[in-house]
Structures are given as C-alpha cells and as structure tokens.
Design a protein around this ligand. Structure first.
Ligand SMILES: Nc1nc2c(ncn2[C@@H]2O[C@H](COP(=O)(O)OP(=O)(O)OP(=O)(O)O)[C@@H](O)[C@H]2O)c(=O)[nH]1
Ligand SMILES: [Mg+2]
Length: 462
C-alpha cells in the first residue's frame, strides 16, 4: 500500500446532479489544486487558512472548466488527517471527469475504494470499528440500522471494548510482573479482584455476542417467508404489504413458481418478505423445484407466515389443520403466524366459528387490505427491540462477532484457570490471547490483508 501520495475521487454518486464534490487528499492536495484554481479575489489557495471556502474557477491552459467552491482542510484537521481539498463543481458528468482527469495528469492518483477512510484509520482519526461503521452508515436504509451505525461511528462500541481491554491489560502486567519475581512467591494481582473482573468481562462479552442476533437482523432485514397452498393469496398479501403490484396474482393455482423477495420498513426495522410457490403434490417439474425452494426459504426465514383460504377451510378444515401441525412440528422454534385469508368471502358467523377453531388465528383479506396493518404490528412484535430502545451497544459486524467469540473463549479459559489456581505463566498466555482478539476489533492488531478486505467493500471516494 502506497499512502504518501495524493489521491483524488468523486465523493458524490456518479451521474449528473445539481452539484458534485471532488475530493483530494495527500501532501500535495492543496498545491496541486492551487495550480489550476483562480480565486475571484486573486487569493493564493496555498496561503489560506484551514476550514475556509473559496469561490473561483478551475482553469487549464486559459480554458475555464467550471466555476467552483473549494474547501480547504489542513493536516491534521481533516477527515483523513492529511491535507484535503473538496471541490464543489457543477454536477455535469463532463465537468466531473474533466476536473478529475486534470488532477490525474498533474500528480494525483485515482483513489481506491475506501482509501480516504483507510487513511483516516491509519492516521488515527478513527479506529477500525469506527471506520467500518462509516460504510454501514452509508448503507443504512432504515432508522434502526442508522442508529446502530451512528452509535458505532461515534465510538460507543470501541470504547466499551477499549475499557475491557485496558482493565485486562492491567492485570496481565501484574501477573507478568509476578513471573519476574517467581522465586519470591509474591502475588501482585489480587486474585479475588481478578476473578471479579473476569466475570464482568465474561458477562459483557456474552451480552455483546448475544446482541449480534438482533444486530444482524437489523442490518440485513428480517426474513419473513409467506407460505401456504396454491391460490390462497400469498402473492396478493406480498403486494398488499409492499403496496405495489410486485408479484403476479391469478386465480390459477401454481402462479408463483419461483420465490419473490422485497423489503419494507416497519417501525424503523427492515423486513424482507419472501413470496413462495404454493405447496402441493405436483408432477410439474418447474413447480416442484419452486416448492423445494419454498422449504429452503422457510429454513432461512426468521418468521413464517402460513396462509390458508378461509372459504376453502369451511369444507376442508382437516387438511389445513394437518398442514399447520406439520409446519409447527418441522420448525418448532420458528415464530409462526397462521392466517385465514379471504375473510371477505365469509359471513360474520362464519368468521366467529373460524376464530374458535384455531388459536391465535390472524384474520385477513389480502384483497381488501383488512388485517394487513395488524399483521405488520404482529411481525414487529417478534423483534426484540429492547436493546435498541435502551440504546445498548449492538454488534452488527460478523468480523466483530467472530473476534468477540474468540475473546470470550480465551477469557473463559482464564476464568477456569483462576478457579483451578492455574500458574501465572499459563494464565498470562490466555490473557494475552484474549487481548489479541480485542485488539483485532479496534484495529490495534491488523494485517494488510484484513485492511484490504474491509476497505474494498467501501465505495470509491469514501
Ligand atoms: N376474495 C378474495 N380473493 C383473494 C384474496 N386474496 C387473494 N385472492 C384471490 O385469490 C387468487 C389467488 O391469489 P394469489 O395471490 O395469486 O395466490 P397465491 O397463493 O400466490 O397462489 P400461487 O402463486 O399459485 O401459489 C387470485 O384470484 C386473487 O385475486 C382475498 O383476500 N379475498
Ligand atoms: Mg403466488
């Protein structure tokens, strides 16, 4: 990685817009820009203070490319910690490209994906988990994922880890000091206090690890599979939930043959609905592949919505009750919502009878929309948003989850070591291992490969 040159990239999305922002970072950013920037007040850009904005023109060989605003951020007071220039130009693709090409011809290099944030990390502006949160923040499309990314970017998660790491480090030093005085048989590290600390760390780690279940779901949306026999109205329900004609609906049984997925946000949380091929015995090859896929989708789903046709239920109740039991037995741990659809076709007394037959039955008319809002409420009830509401730290990143689990394993070893009065030198090894995994999260311990992987997922210009 070469990181002492000056990089340039478009910071705004590619395409035409009202304005576009081109960003330069590196030792020569201000010098390179000032060569081609003519301020309307004839100011020399390289002599201006940090955090100032200047109006002028980008000119090459007497040809004016655009009228622009240039912002200056001087090392170390910038996002990357280097000299940074941000040029707000008019948002034509032609202008953007002309200006970027001009800088590329004159000493800049095109930035790699995430390179601005990578430089911010390497210059100590952000720790690794904060840098990762920048990408999450850009990707967040609902309130919950935004809140978590924002908290992580501000350092909530890192400071929790850093605190544990520091306390553990203190004890590690004391234990290692004891090793230097091995012949004298002294104990610098109070074992009772140490046990308390280790228990506390185990507790915090456990909470963070458990939070990943919620975090992961919030980041990726909660998958909800809509299943049932052909023609019961699954696709109609998907369309009603999405409020658009996403899936084809017809009175022909076996209309949906492949799975159809789409997301909506309910109460700030993303839900991904999966409309599936109706389950039945069939000789149709395509349909049977679709049905096989339905079962795979049920496996992957967090919540299963089972639909049956309320009108058909009047004559065929046994069949549906057996079906419901089958799903319950096959997936005993998955939350299941049983829905009687097409209740618009039933009389009031028929509705009452139906309600009495099945516990916790949800009544719906996907066609008229009756019961759709109540279904959304019900689904939201399955999400444990307690941690979110209490503003607790939630882990959303699988890399962090991995490191936390490894740290947990090591700290648990320390815990048992202490209980069985393990010798100091062996304890010290486990403590060092745990510290190593804490360091992986915040980036005290990294490899080029790891950094490459993380920042490759960023967009160019960030
Ligand atoms: N009256 C009434 N008809 C409905 C309702 N929901 C769906 N239908 C009708 O039932 C038929 C089947 O609807 P679909 O949504 O295609 O059913 P599906 O479960 O997706 O069927 P497959 O894809 O074949 O498995 C269509 O003619 C819909 O208009 C409802 O709530 N009331
Ligand atoms: Mg369908």
């Amino acid at each position: 990685m070469i990181l002492n040159d000056t990089i340039v990239a478009l910071a705004t999305p590619s395409g035409a817009g009202a304005i576009a922002v081109i960003r330069l970072s590196g030792p020569e950013a201000i010098t390179i820009c000032s060569t081609f920037f003519k301020s309307i007040h004839n100011k020399d850009l390289s002599k201006q203070k940090t955090h100032t904005i200047h109006l002028g023109h980008i000119i090459e060989n007497n040809k004016t490319l655009d009228e622009v605003l240039v912002s200056i951020f001087k090392n170390p007071h910038s996002y990357t910690g280097e000299n940074v220039i941000e040029i707000s130009c008019h948002g034509s693709i032609f202008i953007q490209q002309e200006i970027i090409q001009l800088f590329l011809r004159n000493g800049c290099r095109m930035a790699n994906a995430g390179e601005f944030t990578l430089r911010a990390f390497l210059n100590g502006k952000l720790d690794l988990s904060q840098a990762e949160a920048v990408a999450d923040l850009i990707a967040s499309d609902n309130e919950a994922s935004h809140q978590i990314a924002m908290q992580q970017m501000r350092g909530g998660f890192s400071s929790e880890i850093a605190k544990l790491r520091e306390e553990l480090l203190n004890f590690a030093s004391l234990i290692e000091l004891e090793l230097d005085f091995a012949e004298e048989d002294v104990e610098f590290a109070d074992r009772t206090q140490f046990k308390d600390l280790v228990n506390r760390i185990v507790f915090v780690l456990k909470r963070l690890i458990d939070s990943f279940a919620v975090g992961n779901v919030i980041k990726n949306g909660i998958p909800v599979a809509i299943v049932g026999e052909p023609n019961v109205g699954k696709s109609t329900l998907l369309n009603a939930l999405l409020n658009e004609e996403r899936a084809i609906v017809s009175e022909i049984a076996g209309t949906t043959r492949d799975t159809i997925e789409d997301e909506i946000v309910i109460g700030g949380i993303g839900f991904r609905f999966i409309d599936t091929a109706g389950i039945r015995e069939t000789v149709d090859v395509v349909e049977s592949i679709g049905i096989k896929k339905t079962f795979e989708k049920i496996e992957q789903a967090q919540v299963v919505v089972y639909l049956f046709d309320a009108e058909q239920f009047k004559t065929d109740s046994e069949k549906f009750i057996v079906e419901i039991e089958k799903i319950k037995n096959k997936y005993p741990l998955k939350p299941l919502v049983v829905i009687a659809n097409k209740v618009d076709k039933l009389s009031n007394t028929e509705v009452e009878t139906l309600k009495a037959t099945i516990n916790n039955l949800h009544l719906l008319s996907a066609k008229t929309g009756v019961g759709v809002e109540e279904l959304k409420e019900k689904l939201l009830g399955f999400v444990n948003t307690g941690a979110l509401r209490n503003n607790e730290t939630i882990v959303t990143n699988s890399r962090h989850y991995d490191a936390l689990q490894k740290a947990f394993e090591e700290v648990t070893k320390v815990k048992y070591g202490l209980e069985s009065s393990l010798s100091g030198d062996l304890l010290a090894i486990d403590i060092r291992q745990a510290l190593y995994h804490f360091g992986e999260i915040t980036g005290e311990i990294t490899s080029d490969d790891l950094l490459g992987n993380i920042f490759a997922n960023f967009c160019i210009g960030k």
